[in-house]
Write a protein that binds this ligand. Structure first.
Ligand code: SF4
Length: 335
């Protein structure tokens, strides 16, 4: 295993790519071998992204009542959960949240809305105005995660200042059907492509710990690589009571760290963000995940669960020697 880790290191640092079979073999790394794998992933991260790190805050601008049946999601109308249900909030509230997030050290602000997409024109105009104002009134990069959008909506958001559009694939192509039956995987793949075609940076990741195999995790990373996503949020299932995955047991923290490291080796140039579920699943090993190749963090308060305080997160990043900054490598792009 250590020989393979060193071989992959040489390949990537000299500009090559990890092979699929190599990535699969790395999933067999033992707990004793994982720190070596993490160190190599961190070296790859330093080569391609230096010490810069992104910190992203989320606003759940509309919650619950979704028509889809994603088995991990507390916002699906198919399940009875204690997750809040409320209609879309207004522009002033969204912008106020963005300014508060910027003051706490966030570099990006993502508007997240439950449901298939933004189908009402009034709601879409609210999103458009909020993105426009965040782009002009703050130093934040404005991102959206609004479900399925039309081509026209994506282009209008791009013109309003949208930087990234998030649409997670959530799982591998083979495993997706086990966690969602109301829409096909290909819809998600097509939507990631549609954002890129509109000139918006595509952000897409998944959720670990839904019962998938190590091969599924590797398959998801290679799917994201083929889509050239520039940002990959790595979520870990935080089982929500009332959802079909509400009783799933936790994934071991070292397994998460191993997966983060392998994702960095598969996606050496993408921003790799440690996202929802990190506190409950990684516990004291959150900092180790940031030293296993990650270069981004979703700050506390994600969607239907509360994270720890943003101040604690920013302090952790500084303590690790990261520089909290604009999206990696493109900080002058919006100027
Ligand atoms: S993940 Fe998105 S599409 Fe699926 S149920 Fe939740 S809000 Fe709806």
């Amino acid at each position: 295993m250590l020989d393979l880790i060193l071989k992959v290191r040489e390949t990537i640092l000299s500009g090559g790519e990890i092979a699929y079979e190599e990535a699969l073999t790395l999933t067999e790394a033992s707990p004793e071998e994982i720190p070596y794998l993490a160190a190599v992933a961190n070296e790859v991260r330093r080569k391609f992204a230096g010490s810069r790190v992104e910190s992203c805050a989320l606003s759940n601008i509309k919650s619950g009542g979704c028509s889809e049946d994603c088995k991990f999601c507390a916002q699906s109308a198919h399940y009875k959960t204690d997750s809040p249900v409320y209609p879309q909030i207004g522009v002033e509230e969204i912008v106020a949240q963005a300014k508060a997030a910027e003051a706490m050290g966030a570099t990006e602000f993502c508007l997240v809305s439950s449901g298939w997409g933004v189908t009402s024109d009034k709601e879409f105009q609210t999103v458009l105005e909020a993105v426009r104002r965040i782009s002009t009134e703050t130093g934040l990069f404005a991102d959206c995660s609004l479900g399925f959008m039309t081509d026209g909506q994506m282009k209008a958001l791009k013109d309003a200042g949208l930087y990234r559009n998030n649409h997670n694939l959530e799982a591998s192509r083979d495993y997706f059907g086990k966690v969602c039956t109301t829409h096909p995987y290909q819809n998600r793949v097509n939507h990631v492509r549609m954002a890129a075609d509109a000139g918006v940076h595509p952000c897409s990741g998944g959720i670990l710990g839904m019962g998938e195999s190590p091969k599924d995790r590797v398959d998801l990373a290679f799917e994201l690589k083929r889509l050239h996503v520039d940002c990959v949020p790595v979520n870990v299932l935080n089982p929500r009571r009332g959802t079909p995955l509400g009783e799933v047991g936790p994934i071991p923290p070292m397994e998460i760290i191993k997966t983060v490291a392998i994702y960095r080796l598969i996606l050496p140039k993408s921003t790799l963000k440690i996202a929802g579920g990190r506190e409950v699943n990684l516990r004291d090993l959150q900092a180790m995940a940031m030293q296993a190749g990650a270069n981004g963090l979703i700050l506390g308060n994600y969607l239907t669960t509360m994270g720890r305080s943003p101040e604690q997160d920013i302090q952790m990043l500084k303590d690790l020697g990261f520089e909290v900054t604009s999206p990696v490598g493109i900080s002058s792009e919006r100027a």
